[in-house]
Design a protein around this ligand. Structure first.
Ligand SMILES: [Zn+2]
Length: 113
């Protein structure tokens, strides 16, 4: 799923270190607020700790909510794609949540200035 994939982790004192593909996330020792498994992320804004499964579920729910108007199976959707991390995560997330929808990544070559 679009967020960094968790590759491993360890416990050091009262903090747990989670190694994601391209970053290290240090989270306090805490449990998921939805299932009591080890949390991999803590959201300061909501005070919510989530395990990997519930983080992915929540992320995908938010992506579905953000798509307006609702896109239905069989439609074809062009997605602006710069090739950077943000548009890459967006394209990946849309592919995960919009089953049966044809996605076309569109990149504009601005040429040389
Ligand atoms: Zn959970």
């Amino acid at each position: 799923m679009g967020a960094s994939e968790v590759c491993g982790g360890g416990v050091q004192g009262s903090r747990r270190t989670v190694w994601a593909k391209r970053q290290v996330i240090i989270v306090p020792e805490m449990l998921c607020g939805k299932c009591s498994r080890d949390a991999i992320i803590y959201r300061k804004h909501s005070g919510e700790a989530l395990c990997r499964e519930h983080f992915v579920e929540d992320f995908e729910t938010n992506v579905k909510r953000a798509v307006e108007p609702p896109i239905v199976k069989g439609e074809r959707v062009a997605v602006a794609f710069s090739g950077g991390k943000d548009s890459s995560v967006l394209l990946y997330a849309l592919n995960e949540v919009l089953k049966g929808v044809e996605l076309i990544a569109v990149t504009i070559d601005e040429g040389r200035v």
